[in-house]
Write a protein that binds this ligand. Structure first.
Ligand code: NPW
Ligand code: ADP
Ligand code: K
Length: 503
């Protein structure tokens, strides 16, 4: 599992660390890592380091300080470095002195409220101008974004935005891409799109959430001594090794019952698709047995002969967990199905129509045994019905909902957020959006139900299912649109890939 820490956690860790290590040492370490990454990018994109042109975009704080020191290191490798100061009076003094001493050129730019690079003033000998800053930025082989880091608020300021717009070269972001909200990954205006980001100590929310994850490019975490001091992460990401460890694999003593039997209550005679997709996902997720209960029993049997299918939940037979909701409708028959599942005292993944039913009828909650794991897996619309609009801070909303309902809540989307009632949060950022197709959520429901039946902790069940689901979508799509059936068909290949993966 990889941790993600907030800006406040990083600052607190820094305070503890600078009792042992001078602050300037942390900045050298950070800047040296940035310079190494810059050299790598130059080699990759330009084919050389010495003689290449790097432009540093330098803001008012230590983020700009990191960039200036990195520029000084790059000068020693023969790189031609221009620093564009966006807040000339507040540029990090020691970093600026180091860059100048190393022979870097400094251009000072002041922004106008109306946008654009309006005026310039010289901070070094030569004929600096706004035009010169614009010109070097446009002609750079690599741009280092030291505009703003952990103290960022809101979108890029106009002067910075105007320069960023001119960039055609790859961008290396220092700590995080400027213009992205460090806490939520939200991008509400102009922002840097980085090829790579070098961050310090650990990942921050903006590297893994929403647009921020895209704007960050590849993220390298550099341990400058901070990692040990960071404490419990705010969020976590599952990595392939987690999935490999967690995904149930039958052993020599297992039989079809011992691995957990999952019951599927989904679909209807009119809409059998949901029944087929949820059941199929459960069939492919784990070995063992799947029972289907509902009006689409005949169609499900035709599709998946290995499934034991009955007409009603009351006749389903013994199961260890339920996957309930997709396609059951929001009328009385759907309500009756949900009542049965909630009363059963078994773990359940509650999705789609079942979530809408819960949002319409509060008394349904009373049927639930509070000691029994429940996973709610809404998309944003269902979440809004249940708990109110998600808002910009998806993590905070989902965390609140999980505590409120005393359930694991998985909010679907390009960034899937999975919160446990005790506050733990997993996030899964999809690499592409091919899963945004009708019925793909039904596949997720089946995966979660199967993992619950296998006895996995509900938070882990939801998290592993989300990671596998996104990977199956990638495998199925390989760059072209897919339907949910193709995603479902790729589930075994995705499991195989994780089980083979070394990291
Ligand atoms: N923590 C650690 O352990 C280590 C941290 N290190 C580094 O320090 C960085 C944090 O530095 P920091 O706190 O000095 O502030 P920083 O992010 O540079 O912002 C400066 C100023 O920018 C402004 N500004 C705000 N929003 C803006 C926007 N949208 N667009 C434009 N400007 C904007 C705002 O000033 P304002 O103009 O509002 O007065 C703000 O005060 C961190 O990210 C890492 O790189 C490393 O050196 C090693 C160890
Ligand atoms: N833009 C996106 N990028 C990646 N995955 C997405 C995106 N939008 C939705 N998904 C995923 O696709 C699935 C859609 O589920 P859902 O909205 O319930 O659809 P349906 O009800 O049609 O099955 C979820 O697993 C969700 O995380
Ligand atoms: K930055």
């Amino acid at each position: 599992m990889r941790g993600v820490w907030t800006a406040d956690q990083v600052r607190a860790a820094e305070e503890r660390l600078i009792e042992q290590v001078p602050e300037s040492t942390l900045m050298y370490r950070a800047a040296f890592g940035v310079a190494v990454a810059a050299s790598d990018l130059l080699r990759e994109h330009v084919g050389r380091v010495s003689g290449a042109r790097v432009v540093l975009l330098v803001g008012a704080g230590s983020n700009g300080g990191d960039a200036l020191w990195a520029g000084a290191f790059l000068r020693r490798r023969g790189v031609r470095v221009d620093a564009v100061l966006l807040a000339p009076d507040r540029a990090h003094p020691a970093g600026l002195a180091a860059l100048r001493a190393a022979g870097g050129r400094v251009l000072a730019v002041t922004g106008s409220r109306s946008g654009g690079v309006a005026s310039a003033e010289s901070h070094s000998a030569g004929s600096d101008s706004a035009e010169a800053a614009a010109e070097v930025t446009a002609r750079a082989d690599l741009v280092v974004d030291g505009i703003v880091g952990l103290s960022a608020r809101g979108p890029l300021r106009p002067a910075a935005a105007a320069l960023v717009e001119l960039v055609t070269a790859p961008v290396l972001a220092v700590d995080l891409p400027s213009g992205v909200d460090p806490a939520t990954g939200e991008v509400t205006g102009p922002a840097v799109s980085a090829t790579r980001t070098v961050t310090f100590g650990g990942l921050k929310p903006c590297h893994v959430l929403g647009a921020g994850a895209i704007h960050s490019g590849r993220v390298d975490v550099l341990d400058i001594g901070l990692t040990e001091e960071l404490g419990t992460p705010e969020l976590s990401l599952l990595d392939p090794a987690d999935l490999r460890r967690n995904w149930p694999v039958p052993g020599p003593q297992d039989d079809k019952y011992s691995q957990g039997v999952v019951g599927v209550a989904a679909g209807s005679a009119v809409y059998p698709g949901a029944a087929i997709l949820v059941t199929g996902a459960a069939v492919h997720a784990t070995s063992g047995m799947v029972r289907y209960a509902g009006p689409a029993a005949d169609v499900v049997r035709d599709h998946w002969p290995e499934v034991v299918a009955t007409g009603t939940v009351a006749d389903a037979g013994r199961v260890q967990a339920w996957s309930v909701g997709p396609g059951i409708g929001t009328g009385e028959s759907g309500r009756e199905v949900l009542r049965h599942v909630l009363r059963s005292g078994l773990p359940a993944c509650v999705d789609a129509d079942a979530i809408t039913l819960l949002s319409q009828d509060e008394t349904l909650w009373d049927l639930r045994d509070p000691g029994v794991p429940l996973v709610l897996s809404p998309h944003a619309g269902e979440f809004a019905r249940l708990f109110g609009p998600v808002g910009a801070d998806r993590v905070a909303s989902v965390r609140r909902a999980a505590a409120h309902f005393d359930a694991v809540v998985l909010l679907k989307g390009n960034t899937t957020v999975i919160a446990a009632p005790d506050g733990r949060v997993l996030v899964n950022q999809a690499r592409a959006s091919w899963a945004a197709t009708a019925g793909s959520g039904d596949v997720l429901s089946g995966l979660i139900g199967a993992l619950l039946a296998s006895g996995l902790d509900p938070w882990a069940a939801a998290g592993n299912a989300a990671l596998l689901h996104a990977s199956a979508a990638d495998l199925a799509a390989r760059g072209a649109p897919i339907g949910a059936s193709a995603l479902l068909a790729a589930v075994p290949a995705a499991i195989r890939r994780f089980r083979r993966a070394e990291d």
